[in-house]
Write a protein of this length. Sequence first.
Length: 137
Amino acid sequence: MNDSMMHKPLPSRTQLVADVIGRERALFLVRNWKRTLSTNPKAQILSIYIPVKLSPDHELVRVMGWPDASKLVAAFRGEILNLSTCEDVFRSWRNMAIRELHAEQGLKPQDLAEWFELTDRQVRNILREIPSEARVH
């Protein structure tokens, strides 16, 4: 995970989880937690039930491992956490990675599009845009 991704602010509920298990592990959780179908296609919220008592076969243990799952249970026992999917954080990272791979490795937009599961046009647009870190206010 790079500095840009590490410094982009997290939504408040996701930050609470990051305060318990660390930012990188919180982002790992929201990226790897199973998604459920929503009636709102634009919904960017995950609901995660934190059990009162943790069992070795609980989904939280499978995704995060026992140490992080135990920390979450200690902090949020019995709660349903509604967390942002943090798509803006991941999009930021993806766009920066595309720019770096293109500039440093000379990868073509077609190859990057296939790798990141985007269209060639999306990659060309990302390469053309000015990164937010480089913009002068």
